[in-house]
Design a protein around this ligand. Structure first.
Ligand code: ATP
Ligand code: MG
Ligand code: MG
Ligand code: MG
Length: 469
């Protein structure tokens, strides 16, 4: 089954169960300042869950464009390192707005996986929220999943495990306990079952999360009961495609195989050099071109703040990976067509020719400083002491060469070097102080008002200081 067939089968299945097929919302959330990007299928229904908005249906199903590259759900640093994370991905979901609850949500999911997708039941594991006996009993007694493949997981307050069976969209908003379905890719792959300390491996891959929406969390962290208990589920299209196509890694599914071939070809045409087909950089680029294509299609332009800066970071990270594979001039924008070949039928908004223009413009700008910046970085890494890169260098690259700190972090991680973030922060603070002083001086001298608050703060205005090594 190809990706497109899987998407169709999912939506048709839920339509046959009385759900209305609703189009994906844009990757930029409408009227929601708490969210940088759409990060789940439920986002467009947030107000319906909260009881503020009514729809002509109580059951819906979608395939939602999601980006997880900032804020509470940020997978940017996982891309290229795990088999299952993307910055941009599609989330298949079914929703009940005060209609059915745990019983039907679990039974529908099981029917789709085992009767339509024909997955062997013994490869499926489930987790439930530690205190949720109701969900446990539905899985065990009705569906017949044996106790040894049902794991109870708490809210992860002690942070002992990676799993967390209490789902939250962000720090505020609808949330609730959940039950997750995992697929065992077999003992050739490292990793332990869900809830075990080794679970962060890639053997048992989480494919589907069924959230029982019961609360609205406010700014103070207080949970308020929702008017009616509801259901929100999310299954990663690329992950279920990997399972159904008998491959382990998301990057081996049909869509990514084609995209990876295009990345390799375009890079080779650009540099005239052969590219190693196994290079992880190809995967990073293939991932990032989807995120960039869809972001620009939905109206974002690379810039210095908020989501515009996230787009700039994703774009420049991809360009740097291309540089690593030999590109010395723009190549990235040429890949938009390869994304179209795979996805424009489902998402015609990416047919917009402006996408290439915006990406190429960003690429031209970054190529002006990239070589010189890389020279400085290479030299600094070679001269670094105790495996730590001087924060002043990170700042200089950021300030003068347009290297977002996380891009420098990405290079350092490849070379096993850490970043001195205190030094970086100190340099940033110094620059801000200098800018403020110069604004004051100019005002006092009757020169123009530059406005100290317009000083570049792109790195800081990310929701958290997220640059990591
Ligand atoms: P993981 O633990 O693997 O990071 P998650 O628990 O953060 O996933 P959820 O928030 O539960 O993910 O999202 C619902 C589903 O969306 C997941 O079960 C998974 O199939 C898919 N998904 C989540 N994050 C990604 C991603 N970065 N790339 C691809 N698919 C994803
Ligand atoms: Mg995650
Ligand atoms: Mg998870
Ligand atoms: Mg999950």
């Amino acid at each position: 089954m190809k990706v497109a067939d899987i998407r169709r089968t999912f939506l048709n299945f839920y339509e046959s169960k009385g759900h209305t097929i609703v189009a994906s919302s844009p990757v930029v959330p409408a009227h929601d300042p708490t969210l940088l990007f759409t990060n789940a299928g439920m986002n467009q229904f947030k107000d319906v869950f909260l009881g503020f908005d009514k729809r002509p249906y109580t059951r819906a199903t979608t395939s939602q464009k999601c980006i997880r590259a900032g804020g509470k759900h940020n997978d940017l640093d996982n891309v290229g390192y795990t088999a299952r994370h993307h910055t941009f991905f599609e989330m298949l979901g079914n929703f009940s707005f005060g209609d059915y609850f745990k019983h039907d949500a679990i039974n529908f999911a099981w029917e789709l996986l085992t009767k339509h997708f024909m997955l062997p039941a013994e490869k499926l594991w489930v987790t439930v929220y530690a205190e949720d006996d109701e969900a446990y009993n539905i899985w065990h007694e009705e569906v017949g999943v044996p106790a040894e493949r049902i794991v109870r997981i708490g809210d992860n307050k002690g942070a002992r495990y990676m799993s967390d069976n209490f789902w939250m969209m962000g720090d505020t908003g609808p949330c609730g306990p959940c039950t997750e379905i995992f697929y065992d890719h077999g003992d050739k792959i490292q990793g332990g079952p869900p809830g075990s300390p080794e679970e962060d491996g890639d053997r048992y891959i989480e494919i589907w999360n069924l959230v029982f929406m019961q609360f609205n969390r406010d700014e103070r962290g207080v949970m308020h009961k929702l008017p009616k208990p509801s259901v929100d589920t999310g299954m990663g299209l690329e992950r279920i495609a990997a399972v159904l196509q008998g491959v382990h890694n998301n990057y081996d599914i049909d869509l990514f195989k084609n995209l990876l071939a295009s990345v390799k070809r375009v890079l080779e045409e650009t540099s005239g050099e052969a590219v190693d087909p196994e290079s992880p950089s190809l995967k990073v680029i293939a991932d990032h071109i989807r995120a960039c294509t869809f972001s620009v299609a939905d109206g974002i332009v690379p810039g210095n703040e908020g989501r515009a800066y996230v787009l700039r970071r994703i774009c420049r990270r991809a360009i740097r990976h291309g540089y690593k594979l030999g590109a010395r001039k723009p190549f990235f924008y040429k890949l938009v067509d390869a994304v179209r070949a795979e996805m424009a039928e489902a998402y015609p908004e990416i047919n917009n020719p402006r996408i290439e223009k915006v990406i190429e413009e960003e690429e031209r700008r970054f190529f002006l400083t990239l070589s010189k910046g890389m020279e400085i970085l290479d030299a600094a890494i070679a001269g670094s002491k105790d495996g730590v890169l001087d924060g002043e260098v990170v700042f200089k690259l950021h300030d003068t060469y347009g290297f977002p700190a996380d891009l420098t972090g990405d290079v350092c991680r490849e070379r096993d070097v850490k970043i001195d973030f205190d030094g970086f922060d100190a340099a940033m603070a110094r620059q801000r102080e200098a800018a403020r002083a110069s604004a004051k001086f100019k005002m006092a001298a009757g020169l123009e008002y530059t406005g100290a608050d317009t000083v570049f703060t792109g790195y800081e205005t990310l929701e958290e200081n997220e640059a990591t090594v």
